[in-house]
Design a protein around this ligand. Structure first.
Ligand code: SF4
Length: 490
């Protein structure tokens, strides 16, 4: 599973924005490794440096010095919509009659093709096939007729899907979250300015203070002198559609989303996992690093109650938490291995078991998700080869049964092991002694929200946006902008 994009924007009092943006992008590197970029504005002109690669490789000292100006935006990208070349790297920047625009986008529009066709018919020339350029052109067109706030509102009324945006219009920096708040975006205060970022970890990196999340449907405009920000609630919906996988998988554990530290949410999900499907084994171990917080919560709950929910006797410590798998941090992520054979080899390269923790023991191994099943199968085999008597697998999220159209490249429906197999069939396929997932109700409980305020599309097959060929889980329809429509298999 790969994640799409981290965005950031800063407005400072006189100090150049490039270096803080660069550090913030470093903090968001986990959200995308395909390309990185910064766009700044010095009050007279826009400067841009965008390229493929990791943040540390994309920017040399001279590049940062060339990015003049105390206001700017940045982006790290993993591509899901648009092609794999620099034409889709971001921030997207363009100059037009009423100034210059820079755009960083996290998310995915589901009606980008309709709007692109309409704008192309009006004479707009597109240089990429990404949805971010569509937003940029639409906004540029609206800015010819409206002020900034009204232009953003008009564009928000036309685009449909998931978006957390940082935008620079000349030296004004703004942030926008889609009306259902699918992707995170938060506001932070720095000593000499303000920052907008996908995750609060970027604010921490700059010794800033988290102010709050940008609200779904809200436009935040940072004051040019870094003195504050203005808020405009441009669209209001009855419900939200926060991506629950941000809490489970994508976000850094040290980030705070919706007032909850992600690490604590994961530990709480682990506790629920014990309550719902705990199994007495000699040890419980995480798949590093993704399963660590879940396993720690699971083991803590196992020390308090038995699998039947009865209090533990005082002389019974429950299930021992152990690190039984060591991760080789210098191996790339498995998703860059294009064939199944290579992916299988990658699992073995990435994880090495600690024999003394495993041999002759019954083991519970905890992870955050099963996508194709390849990693889990390899893991179970690895633990059994190492002498585990039993291997029980517990997953801190529900089964992924359907693809994501909101910007997460998890796999096609055909590749998802849970798309056409039930839990028992998956257990058989990965050769575990038992397998259990967390329920969607438990996720909603831990996140202290209603199911109707979460996006659960990939685990229910019902989406909070109008995607042709797919079911919706609420009353929702895309804006009528004409042109062709996106189909589920596009
Ligand atoms: S479909 Fe899944 S991964 Fe995609 S936004 Fe919804 S919850 Fe997140």
């Amino acid at each position: 599973m790969t994640e799409k994009c981290g965005v950031v924007g800063v407005a400072l009092d006189g100090r150049d924005a490039a270096r803080p943006l660069y550090y913030a992008l470093y903090a968001l590197q986990h959200r995308g490794q395909e390309s990185a970029g910064i766009v700044t504005h010095d009050g007279f002109q826009q400067h841009s440096h965008v390229d493929r690669g990791l943040v540390g490789d994309v920017f040399a000292e001279g590049d940062l010095e060339g990015l003049a100006g105390s206001a700017g935006i940045g982006h790290v990208r993993y591509p899901t919509a648009g092609s794999l070349d620099t034409s889709c790297a971001q921030p997207f920047s363009v100059s037009f009659k009423s100034g210059s625009l820079g755009l960083s986008h996290n998310g995915n529009l589901v009606n980008a093709d309709e709007i692109r066709d309409e704008l192309a018919a009006l004479g707009h020339a597109f240089t990429s096939d990404g949805d971010t350029e569509v937003i940029a052109h639409d906004l540029a067109r609206n800015l010819l007729e409206e002020d900034l706030v009204r232009a953003v509102k008009r564009t928000m009324g036309r685009i449909h899907g998931s978006y957390a945006l940082t935008i620079s219009h000349d030296d004004t920096v703004l942030g926008v979250r889609d009306p259902r708040g699918n992707r995170p975006l938060c506001i932070g205060r720095l000593d000499d300015g303000y920052i907008l970022a996908s995750e609060s970890a970027a604010i921490d990196t700059l010794d800033g203070e988290l102010v709050r999340d940008v609200r779904p449907g809200e436009l935040v405009v940072l004051e040019e002198d870094g003195g504050g920000f203005d808020s405009y609630q441009l669209v209001e919906e009855d419900d939200t559609a926060h991506c629950f996988f941000e809490h489970v998988y994508f976000a850094r554990p040290d980030s705070v989303i919706d007032d909850t530290l992600v690490y604590e949410a994961r530990r709480e999900l682990g506790r629920k996992l014990w309550d719902e499907s705990g199994v007495e084994t000699d040890v419980v171990m995480p798949v590093p690093d993704s399963g660590r917080a879940f396993a720690s919560g699971y083991a803590e709950a196992a020390g308090e109650t038995t699998p039947d929910g009865e209090p533990r006797p005082e002389d019974d410590d429950g299930v021992e938490f152990a690190e039984g798998l060591m991760k080789n941090r210098y191996v790339g992520r498995t998703f860059i291995m294009p064939t199944q054979d290579e992916r299988e080899r990658a699992v073995r390269l990435k994880l090495n078991p600690i024999k003394s923790t495993i041999e002759g023991k019954t083991v519970t191994v905890i992870d955050d998700s099963i996508v194709r099943g390849t990693t889990s199968t390899q893991l179970v085999q690895l633990l059994k080869d190492c002498g585990a008597e039993e291997v029980h697998v517990r997953i801190g999220a529900p089964e992924i049964v359907a693809p994501c159209y909101m910007g997460i490249d998890m796999a096609t429906r055909e590749e998802l092991i849970a798309a056409d197999k039930d839990t028992e069939e998956i257990r058989e396929a990965i050769e575990a002694d038992s397998l259990a997932y967390l329920s969607t109700d438990a996720v909603a409980d831990v996140l202290e929200t209603d199911r109707s305020d979460l996006c659960l599309g990939c685990v229910t097959g019902e989406y909070p946006y109008d995607i042709e060929g797919e079911e919706t889980d609420r009353e929702v329809s895309r804006p009528d902008v004409g042109g062709q429509t996106l189909r589920a298999d596009d």
